[in-house]
Design a protein around this ligand. Sequence first.
Ligand SMILES: Cc1cc2nc3c(=O)[nH]c(=O)nc-3n(C[C@H](O)[C@H](O)[C@H](O)COP(=O)(O)OP(=O)(O)OC[C@H]3O[C@@H](n4cnc5c(N)ncnc54)[C@H](O)[C@@H]3O)c2cc1C
Length: 450
Amino acid sequence: MTLTSQTLEREIHRIGVEVAAAFPSAARHPMRALDTRAIEMASADAELRAALFRFVDVAPACRSLDDLARHLAGVLDEVPETPPPIAAAMRISHTKAGRAALGAAAAGGVRHLAHRFIVGETPRSALGVLRHLWDRGVASTVDLLGEATMTADEADAYARRCADALRELSSPVGAWPSRPLLERDGSGAVPRANLSVKVSALTPLLRPDAPALGRRDAAARLRPLLAEARDRGAHIHIDMESLDSREAVLGLVLELLAEPEFAVGPSAGLVLQAYLRDSGEQLDQILEWAASTERAAPLQIRLVKGAYWDHELAESRQHGWPAPVYEIKADSDRNFEALTQRLLAARPSVRVAIASHNLRSVAHAIAVNRLLGSSDSELELQVLRGLGDELQDALARQGFRVRTYCPVGDLVAGMAYLVRRLLENTSNDSFLFRTAQGESLDVLLAPPAA
Ligand SMILES: Cc1cc2nc3c(=O)[nH]c(=O)nc-3n(C[C@H](O)[C@H](O)[C@H](O)COP(=O)(O)OP(=O)(O)OC[C@H]3O[C@@H](n4cnc5c(N)ncnc54)[C@H](O)[C@@H]3O)c2cc1C
C-alpha cells in the first residue's frame, strides 16, 4: 500500500486517539512525575535553566555530597535574581557544615524524585522492578548511571560494573515466565537481558580532535563486554551522546561488530539522533554497513530526537559554527518521521526501535509500520522510566512490544540525569510540557507545523 499522506494522517489520528484512551487514568499525566515547583521555576527562568545546564556538566565529576553542593552553589551564584529558596540555600553553602546540609537537602530532593526515574542503586536491587515490568508485558534496558569518565581507573570500574550487570541480569531473567511478544520477532530471538552502555564512560580519551585514540582505548573495554553479552545471550545497546563523540562511537561499534568473533552475537544496537541535520547521511552509512556485514542478529537502531539539544546549540554558537541541530522543533519532528519511514522500510537488515514520549511520533511509527504491511510485533517502542510510564502501560495494553529504559545508580550520578530530564521536559516545545499545559489531542496529533 502506498503511504498517501491522507491515508497516513487518518491512521495516525485514529491510532493516537486509541492509545490515548488506553492511558491508565485521565487524571494522571506524565508531568506528574516531575516536581511541580521545580518545573515552574525551571521553565520560567532562563538564567536558572542555564545555571542548571552548567551544573549537569559538572555533576558527574562530583565525588561526594559536599562536592555536589559546592558546584550547585557555584553555578547558582551566577543567576542574577535567584529565587528565594535557592538564595537561602546559597547562604549556607559558604561553610563546610552548610555545604553538607545543602548537599543533603539536594540529595533529599533527588531521593524524592529518584524512585520514579531510577530503578535501584545496583542491577541486583533493580531486579524486582524489572521483573514487575516483565509481568506487566514490558521489557527493559538497564543503564548504569555515571557519565563522563576522567581516568583510566574510572573507565575500568565502569566496564567492570557493565560486566557484572550482564552477569547479574542474565541468569535471573532465565526464570521469568514466557512472553512471546517480548522475546521474538521476524528476525529471531529478542534477548531478555538488555544493557545500554555509554562509550564516554568506557574511556577518558574520547576527544573530537583525536577520535582514533578514544576509539582504540574504548575498544579494549567494549570488546570483552560484547563477548560477555554474546556468551550470556544478552543485548548490548550503545547510547549516543553529544556530537563531538559521534564519529568515534559509530566507528567503534561498526568496526567491532564486524569482527568475525561477533558474527554470531551478541545482539547489539546503536542510536540515531533525528535532531541532527546530517542524521540522514549517518543512516546511509549504517544501512550500507548492515547490507555488507553478515551477522546472526540484525543491528537494532533506536531512533530518538536527541537529548543534548541545548548543549549542541550553545557549543556551535560559542565557536561560530553553523548549528548541527535543527533549530525549529517541527523540523526535528519531521525528520524523525522521515527517518522512521526509512528505517521501517530497511528491515530486515536492521531492527527498529522508536524511542519517544510524543504520541504523534509514536502513532506515526505504528501507522507507517501497518501501512507497510508489517505486523505490530515487528516494531519496538521505547520509553524512559518515570517519563513514559503511562504511555508504556497504554502501549503494552494494546499489544505492542515496549521496552523501558531503566537507569540504575546512586544519587550523585542520578542528579545529573534528573536535572537533564527536568530541563528537557520543561522546554516550551516539549511534547510532555504541551500535554501538561492542556493542549488538545487534535493539536497534539497534527502533523509537525511548518
Ligand atoms: C528509551 C530511550 C532511550 C534514549 N536514548 C538516547 C540516547 O542514546 N541519546 C540521546 O541523545 N537521547 C536519547 N534519548 C532521549 C531522547 O533523545 C529524548 O527523550 C527525546 O529527545 C525527547 O523526545 P520526545 O520525542 O520524547 O519528545 P518531544 O517533546 O517530541 O521532543 C523533544 C526533543 O525535540 C528536540 N527539540 C526541542 N526543541 C527543539 C528546537 N527548538 N528545534 C529543534 N529540535 C528541538 C530535542 O531533541 C528535544 O529533546 C532516549 C530516549 C528514550 C525514550
